[in-house]
Structures are given as structure tokens and as C-alpha cells.
Design a protein around this ligand. Structure first.
Ligand code: IPD
Ligand code: CA
Ligand code: CA
Length: 267
């Protein structure tokens, strides 16, 4: 299995340095929705990743955000986000990554996440641990919510759908030490694995946002469920990933928050 891990790691680095090389240039932006954008770099990174995977593993399936969001089921399927943090990238805000995972059947067996701006490569293998630039990762030991640094994000339909996380954000903002909304979900998950964040939650993510990062978190000793403590799958409507120690406390707050207690009117 190590060869899949090494391949994913090399590929994440290659696409990461491609994105870093284009970072300062003016981007060609098109809109998939009112605030959901895509740049030429997303598409070029995806094309590069697909070409490399098809060349190395012609029998494998590929699920990729921009061109192959519904992959045909194969024994092995690569799940890729060619640029996680597109809004940041388009604004030249240097927080983004490439995320690559390999699924065998329903199980994610390896993953790599590259943040080229910090030269950080996170790699995980099922049963083999999670690593940052070769150093073994472990989740944080923070045991209480009031000392916890949390991360989250908001869905692209935030303006038109009241199920937009503002209720959960309000509930946790007054209980945690602080919350960050950095804009790259895969990196948020890698940071939970690295012990930089104690917990992360979000709604309406896709398999390419979570596949690799979830493996990092569990391999670093953390816990991943849906918001309310139920089992998480890559198609779950929401995710809660923590160091394990604050999992129940976060889940309890989320369970106790009225999903319709919307503080902001939709436009
Ligand atoms: C987005 C980022 C963001 C999260 C969004 C994702 P993209 O991915 O991960 O942090 O809040 O829900 O869709 O569009 O930049 O690949
Ligand atoms: Ca993404
Ligand atoms: Ca993306």
C-alpha cells in the first residue's frame, strides 16, 4: 500500500507547486453560483492530477470536483480536490491546498494534502498513522471546549438556505476559546490531525473536501462523526472532527442547537 501513499504524496506536491507558481498571477474567474467560483488554476490542476492518475493506474476510478463529481464505482477510486480554498486563491489569500485520497471499496486507504505556501505535506495511510513532512502526527490533548480552538466554514448557499451554519456558529462561538474560518476544509481537517485545531465542523461538504482529511484525523488519534455523533460517511450532510476529548461536548452543543434558529434572514 506504501506505493499508493508515495504516489499520492508526490502528486499532491506536484499539483501544489503548480498552484504556488500561478498564485501571484491574475486569475481567470468564472462562477458556478452566486459566490461559488472556479479559476483556471482549479481546472489546470485537476487536468494534471487526472492525467497522472490515468497514466499510473488506468484501471482505477477518479472522482474530481470540477469535471468528474459523480465517479463510476471501481474497486479503487481516487478522490481529488485540485484546489481546496478557491475563494482564498482567487483573492491571493495564501491559504489553500491540494487534497488527494484513494478509496478501496468504501474505505479510504491513503491520503495526501499539500499546502505549498508553507511547504507542508500531510500524508496518512489506513493503520499506518498520519505524518507532516515525515513527522508523526497526534491530535491535541485539549479536554474542554472553553480552551479549544475550533474551525468551521459556511456553505455556498449561505444566502438562500437558512440551514447555513450560522446557528451552530453562534452556539459554539460563545463556548469555545476561539473559532477560525480559514476557507479550506481539507486543510482544517489536516490541522485537527496536527493538533493545531481541537475541533472542526461543517455542513454540506463533498467527498473531495473530506476524504483525505478524515483519514488524517483518525490516524492521528482523533474522532470523526456527523454533527450529532452518528456515523460519518463521505456523503453525510455534515461532519464533526475533533481530538476525541472534546467530541461529546461539541456534539452536545450542536444537538442542543435549534436547526431553525436562524439569526440571519436569507436575501
Ligand atoms: C470549499 C472550502 C471551504 C468550505 C466550502 C468548500 P473549494 O472548497 O473547503 O473552506 O467552507 O464548503 O466547498 O470550493 O474551495 O474547493
Ligand atoms: Ca473543496
Ligand atoms: Ca476545489
Amino acid at each position: 500500500m506504501g506505493s499508493y501513499r508515495d504516489f499520492a504524496a508526490r502528486l499532491a506536491r506536484e499539483a501544489g507547486s503548480f498552484l504556488k507558481g500561478r498564485f501571484e498571477t491574475a486569475h481567470d474567474i468564472t462562477y458556478k453560483g452566486e459566490i461559488d467560483l472556479v479559476t483556471e488554476a482549479d481546472r489546470a490542476s485537476e487536468a494534471l492530477l487526472i492525467a497522472r492518475i490515468e497514466e499510473a493506474f488506468p484501471g482505477h476510478g477518479i472522482m474530481a470536483e470540477e469535471t468528474r463529481s459523480a465517479a463510476a464505482k471501481k474497486e479503487f477510486t481516487w478522490i481529488i480536490d485540485p484546489l481546496d480554498g478557491t475563494t482564498n486563491y482567487a483573492h491571493h489569500y495564501p491559504v489553500f491546498c491540494v487534497s488527494i485520497a484513494l478509496q478501496r471499496g468504501d474505505e479510504v486507504i491513503t491520503g495526501a494534502i499539500c499546502n505549498p505556501m508553507l511547504d507542508e505535506l500531510f500524508v496518512a495511510e489506513k493503520g499506518g498513522g498520519a505524518y507532516l513532512n515525515g513527522q508523526r502526527l497526534a491530535v491535541s490533548r485539549t479536554a474542554v471546549l472553553t480552551r479549544s480552538l475550533l474551525a468551521t466554514g459556511f456553505p455556498y448557499d449561505i444566502r438562500v438556505n437558512p440551514d447555513n451554519n450560522i446557528n451552530y456558529f453562534s452556539a459554539l462561538a460563545v463556548r469555545a476559546q476561539a473559532i477560525r474560518r480559514a476557507g479550506a476544509a481539507a486543510l482544517d481537517l489536516a490541522y485537527v490531525a496536527a493538533g493545531r485545531f481541537d475541533g472542526f465542523w461543517e455542513l454540506k461538504l463533498h467527498p473531495w473536501d473530506t476524504a483525505s482529511g478524515c483519514l488524517m484525523v483518525t490516524e492521528a488519534g482523533g474522532e470523526v462523526t456527523d454533527l450529532f455523533g452518528g456515523p460519518f460517511t463521505l456523503h453525510s450532510p455534515h461532519i464533526l472532527a475533533t481530538n476525541g476529548r472534546i467530541h461529546e461536548a461539541m456534539s452536545e452543543v450542536l444537538r442542543g442547537t435549534d436547526p431553525l434558529d436562524v439569526r440571519m434572514k436569507t436575501l
